[in-house]
Design a protein around this ligand. Structure first.
Ligand code: 26W
Length: 823
């Protein structure tokens, strides 16, 4: 039996006009003549929703009815990007909507610009989560995304005199037409208090059990978002939790007559989902962050059990119904939480509960940097979640017993593997907890997974080799090709049909066309039209002038020393120096525009220095009468998904220049290749796989390999040697040191220079010459437009592997073992 459902409207221009005016008049409460751009945008968003609504309801009720095995993706971040265009494309309404609104004198393109993107993530990990839920919906896999509805997403970046300043991201201010609040499904989450030991039974039968007496509670209110599959009638759900004060909490204080105190208490509770932590890869160990993690995880487990399973479901069989995928360690507190539910609330024996828990979780690691691995001080965790700490201790006791047995009491090994670190203070190692609990542990690219097995988690991989697997990341071709690059999409579809959008391997069929001069010409036309679009966008948005007839050389990603934005700015400085000193003739330089986009964590001083340096170099280069004829540097502020969508399709050269062994995967690298940019890159992360697939001749490789870098570090790296022995490098660093880019002030960038000469943890100087040589090869290749565009077409044709649909198939085969919903 299926529930009665109102059908979505039939797609037609007249029908769309009717629906739209209804929304504008009856929901938005305004008339066309008086409607603001925001009114018109909100009405359009709600209109589009109508066309997906019946599919959403049907998907949800089918899921409930058939009780398939589901994927529950637990992620503290979803970097969704704008929703309107994506929804229009998924519902196949782009043309109908444009025509319908044009008949009312409205330009859809203008309304698109009115949407403020939900930036509920920092970078790669959050964007990956967004790509994955898109793919799961497109593949009709029963899946739900769980996360946090931050009131403020990633900060809005501004530059003042070239230095980063952070402004709050008030993304909800103009209304949020894509979400559906469900206060009736609120969940209560407890914190603090203490644990009581109670004896049950008499005499010899007496057993001690623990009971958590929490100190305070908050409510989690779910907000549902549609996750539409691409034209397949499947619409999955993303459920984000928002913190509210409990009613009781307020009332109690209110009874004392202190109204102001009651409201303050409310604010305190609601702080939990207030703001996304902007740290990417260096955890701050803040109590509020642990509150966020437990808050969303507790809500999500409760919700899955209560809302998605039938009443009275036997939780012994939970692993048949769900895999909770842990997106990095941020949701790992779900492990003791499930144990607590099973043991304390459901009365399971410990061993039974542990078996179920181990069957329900899988863990994805997204990093290799030791400082990025989350560790929670035991006193903090014990204060906030005393019962969970107790559970973690018991998990650890039993685990370490297993280690002792397997290792013949190797005490050093036991200390290394323990979930509890003893130094510098007692703390819970969340990656160890995740690895112990998970059915599978995966890295996000071949090299990364290998390094996890060999280095970061080597002890665990020796104990449980079958636990470890790889799933190389991917990106959704819907957003990052079909939507972001309509011109290329049309060219591809004209050549091979439109099946590639959901079967990206079919891009292979373009390979022969790389040798077709006419196809290459049209490919170049697309590129240059995309450059025009970008130039237009940056002129309007930032007042930045971008020449459209130059090589567009792009590095966009979070600002981090390991990613080495410094290396690219050193190349810019070297070109500048060559021209200014007369050692490089203007006509020998391939004109290029170097574009940066990057946010620095607000507390990461060196990253902010590097941003300052890039902007100051840009000012000097762009204002130099000779140099600016062949070299420009553009650094639009506030890089985000929306900027990526206009920037990536215009790029000729993709900079993927991290020190080998540091970038887990990278996903921007895949987006560039799919949009026909060539990569200059190190042998790191998924670059390795990109190069294998596109071929050495169509990829500019440079730099130390991971084993080489490890050997250099082992032998004792001395960066100053490179400075002393390489005159070009010396000149570039001396320019910075002498204040060439800081109005003669030598102090401004002193920290960068002394760091490079003294420590240079990420071996920028060691790779400098190799990078310069690779850039020479880039120039030579770019001088031959036909050969370049042949390589570019081959990059597109050979990158189908990097669809997140393929990543999902790998997760399904290797980890989840779930199947599509029949439709
Ligand atoms: C503050 C704690 C913290 C620690 C790590 C916050 C965020 C992180 C993330 C793991 C950082 C991140 O986004 N990692 C990136 O994940 C991408 C998706 O797998 C990879 O492509 C990137 O290489 C990796 O840096």
């Amino acid at each position: 039996e299926s529930t009665p459902l109102i059908a979505s409207p039939e797609p037609s221009v007249e029908g769309f006009v009717r629906e739209y005016l209804r929304e504008l008049n009856f929901t938005q409460g305004t008339v066309l003549e008086r409607a603001s751009t925001n009114d018109k945008y909100l009405a359009l968003a709600r209109t589009v929703r109508h066309y997906l609504m019946a599919s959403w309801m049907r998907t949800t009720s089918e899921h409930l009815r058939t009780q398939p095995k589901a994927v529950a993706y637990l992620s503290a971040e979803y970097l969704l990007g704008r929703q309107l265009d994506n929804a229009l494309i998924a519902a196949d309404l782009t043309d109908i909507a444009s025509e319908a609104l044009a008949s009312l004198g409205i330009d859809v393109a203008e309304l698109r610009e009115a949407e403020v993107e939900p930036g509920l993530g920092n970078g790669g990990l959050g964007r990956l989560a967004a790509c994955f839920i898109d793919s799961l919906a497109t593949m009709a896999i029963p899946a739900i995304g769980y996360g946090i509805r931050y009131e403020y997403g990633i900060f809005r970046q501004k530059f003042e005199d070239g230095w980063q300043v952070e402004k709050p991201d008030r993304w909800l201010d103009n209304g949020s037409p894509w979400e559906f609040a469900h206060p009736e499904h609120e969940v209560t989450v407890s914190f603090g208090g203490h644990v009581e030991t109670v004896s049950e039974g008499e005499g010899a039968d007496a057993v001690e059990t623990s009971r958590w007496v929490p100190g305070w509670e908050v409510l989690g209110v779910p907000y549902n978002y549609m996750v539409p599959g691409y034209r397949n009638g499947c619409v999955n759900t993303l459920r984000l939790w928002s913190a509210r004060a409990t009613h009781a909490f307020n009332l109690e204080t209110f009874n004392y007559g202190d109204y102001a105190e009651a409201v303050r208490a409310q604010t305190f509770a609601e702080n939990i989902s207030k703001v996304l932590y902007p740290e990417d890869s260096t955890p701050q160990g803040k109590e509020l962050r642990l509150q966020q993690q437990y808050f969303f995880v507790a809500c999500s487990l409760r919700d899955f059990i209560d809302q998605l399973l039938p009443q009275g479901f036997d939780l012994h069989r939970l692993p048949e119904r769900v895999c909770f995928q842990l997106n990095d360690t941020h949701p790992v507190i779900a492990v003791p939480e499930l144990m607590r539910i099973l043991v304390d609330e459901e009365g399971f024996a410990w061993d039974e509960a542990w078996e179920v828990t181990q069957g329900c979780f899988a863990y994805t690691c997204h990093t290799l940097l030791p400082e990025a691995l989350e560790v929670w001080p035991v006193d903090l965790l014990g204060r906030l979640l005393p019962r969970h700490l107790e559970i973690i201790y018991r998990i650890n006791d039993e685990f370490l017993e297993e280690v002792r047995e397997a290792s013949g009491d190797d005490a050093v090994l036991v200390r290394r593997m323990s979930i509890i670190a003893e130094h510098p203070g007692r703390a819970v190692r969340m990656a160890h907890l995740a690895t112990v609990a998970a059915t599978k542990v995966n890295g996000v690219a071949e090299l990364h997974s290998q390094l996890l097995r060999d280095k970061v988690l080597a002890d665990f991989a020796r104990l449980w080799p079958e636990k470890f697997t790889n799933v190389t990341n991917g990106v959704t071709p819907r957003r990052f090709v079909r939507m972001a690059n309509p011109r290329l999409s049309e060219l591809i579809t004209e050549a091979i049909g439109d099946g590639w959008v959901t079967d990206l391997d079919r891009l292979r069929e373009l390979e022969p066309l790389a040798d077709d001069p006419e196809f290459r010409r049209r490919f170049r036309e697309v590129k240059s039209a995309n450059k025009e679009r970008l130039a237009d966008f940056l002129a309007r948005r930032d007042g930045i002038e971008v020449p459209v007839d130059t090589m567009l050389d792009v590095m966009v990603k979070r600002l981090h020393e390991y990613k080495r934005q410094t290396l690219q700015i050193l190349h810019v400085i070297t070109l500048y120096d060559g021209i200014v000193s007369g050692r490089l003739a203007l006509e020998d330089v391939v004109p290029r525009t170097v574009v940066f986009g990057a946010k620095a964590a607000p507390g990461y001083a060196m990253a902010k220095q590097i941003i300052g340096l890039i902007n100051h170099v840009a000012a000097v280069v762009n204002n130099h009468p000779e140099v600016s004829r062949v070299l420009r540097v553009a650094f639009p502020a506030n890089y985000n998904v929306t900027v990526a969508e206009t920037l990536i399709p215009a790029a000729d050269l993709s900079e993927q220049i991290s020190l080998a062994g540091k970038e887990a995967s990278g996903t921007g690298n895949m987006k560039f290749a799919l949009n026909g940019a060539l990569t200059i890159g190190t042998d790191d992360g998924a670059n390795v796989e990109i190069r294998q697939l596109v071929g050495d001749d169509h990829f500019f490789l440079f730099g130390l390999t991971e084993p080489e870098a490890a050997a250099v570090a082992e032998a004792g790296y001395r960066p100053a040697t490179y400075y002393e022995e390489n005159a070009t490098l010396r000149r570039a660093l001396d320019l910075i040191a002498r204040g060439e880019f800081s109005g003669g002030d030598r102090q401004t960038f002193e920290p960068i220079v002394s760091n490079l000469l003294g420590e240079d943890r990420f071996m920028v100087l060691a790779d400098y010459q190799s990078y310069l040589d690779a850039q020479q090869r880039v120039e030579a290749a770019y001088r031959d437009p036909d050969a370049w565009s042949r390589s570019a077409v081959l990059n597109v044709a050979r990158s189908g592997f990097f669809s997140s649909d393929r990543s999902m198939r790998d997760y399904l085969d290797r980890i989840w073992h779930a199947e599509p919903l029949e439709s």
